[in-house]
Design a binder for this molecule. Structure first.
Ligand code: NDP
Length: 280
């Protein structure tokens, strides 16, 4: 039976420990602005959680909710205002944006020194070069989970399934920088099963419920399931068949309670780091 990588417990420890303590030492509280466009139900839940945790760790926070018909120009003007506001250390635009808005164009206008999501090309480029500033919160949270469990990564075979800019790609870069030998799989990968079977460290971020069969997991492997999928009965599950994998893995994240809370904790850590840098 695998050991659980419990993100809920670690996130609480980090939020209530370092982040809250260090934030209280600053002359001005860290400020986080979260922008939500439209009425997407899941986005509303995520934004609500982020602002709740921000208040618990003692940050100033504001949620800017814009109607779904907001134009791209109006959204850009909101972001320009936040870029210019000295009380705002971190800006987050909740994804997905409505279809009439070019998300990439919009995210590129966030000041890189306030880009606490780590999606701006400047921050993505710094990570790619191995000199990270703001690292995307989900992969950063995965690395914290592995570090906290004191798992050795150097020389291990890592397989990352998914290559999005917000999860898979930065995840692969972080694992490579931790001296894993990394294989990145995606929708065109042939023989996914064989690649998964070879993984000492497996990170899955594809958004397909239970797509990774438990039996594929290498005995003793570290399995990190980033996926969050809602099933017809309303329950949540990951991209890995947890029940099948838990007896084979050495370590595994649950869904929910694994990577999700760590993503929010890393958003707080990045916002704190921004506030510290901007007040230095
Ligand atoms: P994207 O849809 O942006 O990317 C999905 C990736 O998975 C793509 O690279 C795609 O390949 C690949 N893929 C899709 N189907 C398969 C398949 N059958 N086999 C192999 N690869 C496949 O998703 P995200 O990266 O944004 O999110 C992935 C999952 O993680 C989602 O469930 C999301 O909800 C969850 N998530 C969870 C977070 C958390 O805090 N826990 C935070 C962010 C996301 P290709 O590039 O070829 O299209």
């Amino acid at each position: 039976m695998a050991n659980l990588l419990n993100g809920r417990v670690l996130a609480k420890k980090l939020n209530q420990g370092t982040v809250k303590v260090e934030a209280a030492k600053l002359a001005r509280k860290p400020g986080l602005a979260v922008v939500l466009v439209g009425e997407d139900a899941a986005s509303k839940v995520y934004v609500g959680r982020k602002t709740l945790v921000a208040s618990r760790v003692g940050f100033e926070h504001q949620q800017i909710t814009l109607p779904v018909e907001t134009s791209q120009a109006e959204l850009l003007s909101v972001i320009a205002g936040l870029n210019a506001d000295d009380a705002v250390d971190g800006i987050l635009v909740q994804l997905p944006l409505p279809k009439h808005i070019d998300g990439t164009f919009v995210l590129d206008t966030i000041a890189p020194e306030k880009d606490v999501d780590g999606f701006h090309p400047v921050n993505a480029g710094l990570l790619a070069q191995g000199r990270p500033r703001f690292v995307a919160c989900t992969p950063k949270g995965v690395m914290e989970l592995l570090r906290d469990a004191d798992l050795s990564l150097s020389g291990k075979s890592a397989v990352v399934v998914g290559r999005s800019n917000i999860v898979g790609r930065p995840m692969a870069q972080l694992l490579e920088q931790a001296n894993c030998t990394v294989t990145v799989c995606h929708s065109r990968t042939t023989d996914l099963e064989a690649r998964v079977r070879a993984a000492d460290v497996l990170v899955v971020a594809i958004g397909r419920p239970k797509a990774i069969v438990g039996d594929w997991v290498k005995p003793g492997a570290i399995v990190v399931d980033v996926g969050i999928n809602r099933l017809d009965d309303g329950s949540l599950c990951g991209d890995v068949d947890f029940e099948g994998a838990v007896d084979k893995a050495g370590w595994i994240t649950p869904v929910p309670g694994g990577v999700g809370p760590m993503t929010i904790a890393m958003l707080m850590a990045n916002t704190l780091a921004s506030a510290q840098a901007r007040q230095a």
